[in-house]
Design a protein around this ligand. Structure first.
Ligand code: FE
Ligand code: FE
Ligand code: ZN
Length: 273
């Protein structure tokens, strides 16, 4: 995984701890992770972000589904604790017909159970698009979950640009206001990773269909502004765009070029003073 990422000019990457849509996937074992840990150290990679399967639901109305989600996450975290200092990204859950409040309570309870024995991994709650009964489309929902966890130092947030846009945060016309709102509701110190995706749909659509960088309704200008934003520097940026490897390589190139252009322009401004 690491070699592939380095080969296309990346210095971080994400991976699924198992098949994102179901079973039947060779999950990484301790030996794989040891190799990975050595690689990350040698190449000075930024923290990597493991993604839990989409199908897990910590606030399902069926207890066996909740229990399965908790068990799976516990297993994943135990594995990740062998490469400490990285992130485990989860979708908070779908409340089905229970309502947001009950859903948030259930998620918080589950997280407290799951995280009681972990040591070196930060769990990230992802901002969601609000498709169906997804929890986490509003920043205040994530804050409520974070307010209820017993070991807050082991929690953070991953901001997905497609999701926040689809959820109704207009990052195209009001980027600074949206970031301020994030800071007010959640706090920038909690922001640990960015999923940088364009969106096939308009702001507020609640659809969650990712698009290639610059080919969707968010557009290259806003995505570049995010990529180069002073408040977001140092965070791992993960692409979840519909691409093959060469497409990712190209997107990394496009974003780095845009960042370089911006840096050159800033340098020139300073020289003229
Ligand atoms: Fe996700
Ligand atoms: Fe995402
Ligand atoms: Zn998505």
């Amino acid at each position: 995984m690491g070699e592939t990422a380095a080969g296309i000019g990346a210095n971080t990457f994400a991976f699924f701890t198992r098949n994102p849509r179901g079973r039947g996937f060779k999950k990484p074992d301790a030996a794989d992770l040891k190799t990975l840990r050595d690689f990350l150290e040698r190449n000075q990679f930024a923290p990597i972000v493991a993604h839990a399967p989409y199908t897990l639901n910590l606030c399902s109305d069926r207890p066996e589904i909740r229990a399965y989600a908790e068990r799976t996450m516990e297993e994943d975290l135990k594995l990740l604790d062998t490469i400490p200092g990285n992130y485990y990204n989860i979708h908070p859950g779908c409340h089905m017909r229970k309502g947001i409040e009950v859903g948030i309570r259930d998620i918080t309870e589950s997280l407290n159970r799951i995280m009681s024995g972990t040591s070196g991994t930060i769990l990230l709650l992802e901002t969601m698009a609000g498709k169906g009964s997804e929890i986490g489309a509003r920043f205040e929902e994530l804050r409520q979950v974070l307010d209820g966890v017993e070991r807050p130092e082991f929690f953070g947030v991953c901001l997905d640009t497609c999701h926040v846009f689809d959820a109704g945060y207009d990052i195209v016309n009001h980027l600074e206001e949206v970031l301020d709102e994030f800071d007010r509701q959640i706090g920038f110190e909690r922001l640990r990773a960015i999923h940088l995706n364009d969106s096939k749909n308009i702001c507020g659509s609640h659809k969650d269909r990712h698009e290639k960088i610059g080919e969707g309704k968010i557009g290259l200008k806003t995505l570049t502004a995010l990529f180069t934003h002073p408040r977001l520097q140092g965070l791992p940026f993960i692409l979840e765009t519909p691409n093959e490897l060469s497409g990712y390589e190209q997107e990394i190139h496009i974003l780095n070029e845009a960042a370089n252009r911006l840096a050159r322009r800033k340098n020139n401004e300073i020289n003229w003073d």
